[in-house]
Write a protein that binds this ligand. Sequence first.
Ligand code: PHE
Length: 342
Amino acid sequence: MKEQLQHVKKDFLHLVAKVTDRDALEQLKTEFLGRRGKLNAAMKDMASLAQEERKLVGAMVNEVKEAIETAYAEAIEMASKASLASKASGEWIDVTQPEMTSHPKGHLHPITQVREDLEDLFTSMGFIVADGPQMESDFFNFTALNIPPTHPARDMQDTFYVKGHEGVVMRTHTSPVQIRGMREYGVPLRMIVPGRCFRNEATDVRHEHTLHQIEGVVVDRGISFAHLKGVLEAVGKHLYGQETKIRLRPKFYPFVEPGVNGEVTCYLCKGDGCRLCKKSGWLEVFGAGMIHPNVLREGGVDPQTHSGFAFGFGLMRLVMLKYGIDDIRLFESGDLRFLNQF
Ligand code: PHE
């Protein structure tokens, strides 16, 4: 009987090593340890044994049973690991798939949207996009632009001077970058400068202390007023449609000569006269002119060989007209109820 028991154990260990499938393993276990299994069959004659002998055989039965159960448990563990691995090898994760949970999506500020649109237009015409400091020296903001310290033209732009920094202002326009740009890049030059400017305004629906401008500068040999008009016309048509006309009327800016006020036909009434254009049919958009020889010289350009034009315009009014915004102070308010509409 002892031999028989050892056989049962050996047979199981032999067979279990060949089976890797969970169901088959379970079946094998039942075949050996089940009620009608091989172990019970081997124990069939136990009752007839002498008491001493029965004790010994009983211990052996337990040992065989334990060995079978341990081997079975190990085999099951291996089988489940193997099946996981084989399942995983058929699976893959698409790391490019967008996340399914949704996050609220932001968007660009309306001024940024219009600015980027204009940057695209100007770069398509061969302009570079440059930048300059918002905290600017009094020299670049005024003096180098042909506005000496005592000149009354300084009154045209009410200015923030910076406490504790003599000769430093918050720039009142993007024009100081005309000179910085000429010094930095030399000629020929085709450049726009979008950026923030600041004026000491009593704020109301039409006036804000922080404004956004785009400056344009072209300097080369033989640049004329006709080139200026052509570029402004292209900008006007881009902004307000192909049928837009442009009108230039004299206006004084110390850094240009001659200087003009650039107007486009009112896009609302197409020039007939309405509330928007105050019955004139025209909307004032640009300040512009041929760059003054003094300014060219400050930029390191010889006015004998080169000429150029410059223009500047505010972005905020364009955006207000485009979207029908009636209070300029909303732009810098950070109010989401306003911003979420764009
Ligand atoms: N800098 C002027 C302004 O802010 C606009 C301007 C730019 C005028 C360039 C002429 C040439 O009012």
